[in-house]
Every structure is written in structure tokens, then in C-alpha cells.
Design a protein around this ligand. Sequence first.
Ligand code: PAF
Length: 275
Amino acid sequence: MRIHATINDTRTALRNSGRIVFVPTMGNLHAGHIALMTQARKLGDTVVASIFVNPLQFGPNEDFEKYPRTFEADCEKLTAAGVDVLFAPTVKDFYPEPQQYQVDPPEIQNQLEGKFRPGHFRGVATVVLKLFNVVQPQVAVFGKKDYQQLMVLRNMTRQLALPIEIVGGETVRAEDGLALSSRNGYLTAAERAEAPRLHRILVGIRNAVLAGERDFTKLEQAGRQELDGHGWKTDYVAIRRQADLQLPGTNDSELVVLAASRLGTPRLIDNIEIV
Ligand code: PAF
């Protein structure tokens, strides 16, 4: 695997690379990321990953400074997964001057995750557009674990007519159902034992909807109560339309249930498509 830190070197290295498939990450890679790399390998000629902890998408009280950085171990995993090129810039390489031109997503950026992380999707959309300009991929793969992120990036790509196909990768889970996440490392042993409740509740809601329940507010409230009754502090449990994450109408059938809740200090997010 060839590793490049600068925008110019990466552009030069990627000339004549055929069909480029790109998987952006913030590092601290786990099996969920590696599944995205494996998926990417099948979709084109050259697989490019990036590792960049993007300061623009972290709020002032979030974990930018202490976000886990495990570069050596990540490189080994990417090499084993058959990744061809890694773009791993420093903040100075990537933002040599203050990034004053940014992508401002529409109102959905202030809902669900965005309500609790103001400015987050602006930071995500900006870094991803800039990464796309560096790598110029034909395909980009993002995990469904960050469902709202995937939706924002898919819609940004379509509305800005970027010639890139956006592909969603399935969430990888531990045996007990907990979605893999770099932030799971913040859980204590007791919190880790409690954490799979989030997925169980989402599965229960999905099953209830599939069985014909249409009182979504009741399901959302029951999910929230069950979490909070077990010591969680829930930001949202929400049933939304898959395509745009708006509230579902009576005839909408392609739905997703999303949740975010704090277990001690760590904040976990998860979702499950209702299909
Ligand atoms: O999902 C992530 O790891 C990040 O939000 C992304 C897409 C790499 C942008 O920094």
C-alpha cells in the first residue's frame, strides 16, 4: 500500500488508476471499516482509503483531541484488506489556510444527529467534497451505521452533479448486536454489557412496524423509556423515511428507525432499516 500525506502527491499517484473506489475514514479501524474496504475491492480497479480526523466536524465540547489515533495498526489492516493507496494528511496538509468556503447542507443537518451536534454535517460535507476533489473517485463507500451522514452525502453528490456513485455498506455488529464503532472503546465493562440493548430496542421497533403497528410516536416513546429506564440518556429514537429522513406519511413504506443515546459518557448511535 502506498501512503501519501499531501494533496499533490496523492493526485499524482492516482493518475491512470482506472476505476477508483474511495473509502474515507477517521482511522482507528475495526471490522466495520474493513468490510467497507472488502466491498470497495470488488467495485473497481484501485481502492483508496483516507485517514483524517477532521476538526471541522467536531463541536467545541466533543472528542477531537482524544479521538483514538492508531495509525500503525490501521496501516497493517488496510494493507491486509488489499487497499492500494492511503491518503493520510495532517490538518496543516489538508487545511493549509482556514477553510472559509464550506458546504452548507439543507435543513436536515439540524435534525436528529444535527440537533445534538450543531455544525457536524457542514463539517462532514465540506471534508468529503474536498476529499472527493483530491481523490476523484468513480465510487465512494460509506457505512450505513452513520445513516444520516450517508443520506446527506448521497444527496450532496446528486445535487452537485458529482460524477461519483455513492454506495452504502451494511453495519457490522458484535455477536450480541452492538454496532462496531471506534467510540465503543470509551465504554467501561459494565456499559459494554448494557450497550446491546440499543440494537435490541431497534429490532423490537422494526418488528412491531413490520407486524402492522403505525403509531410511530408510541413506539418511539416506548423505546426511549426503556433506554432511560436502564440508565441511558436518550437524545432521540425516531422512525423516518429512508430516502430523506423526513417524518413518514401514511403511505411511506421504506422506513428506518434511528437512535442516539448516552450510556455514561459515551454516546452511541445506531439504526436499522425497516424492510
Ligand atoms: O464517517 C467518518 O468516519 C467521517 O465522518 C468521514 C466520512 C470520514 C468524514 O470525516
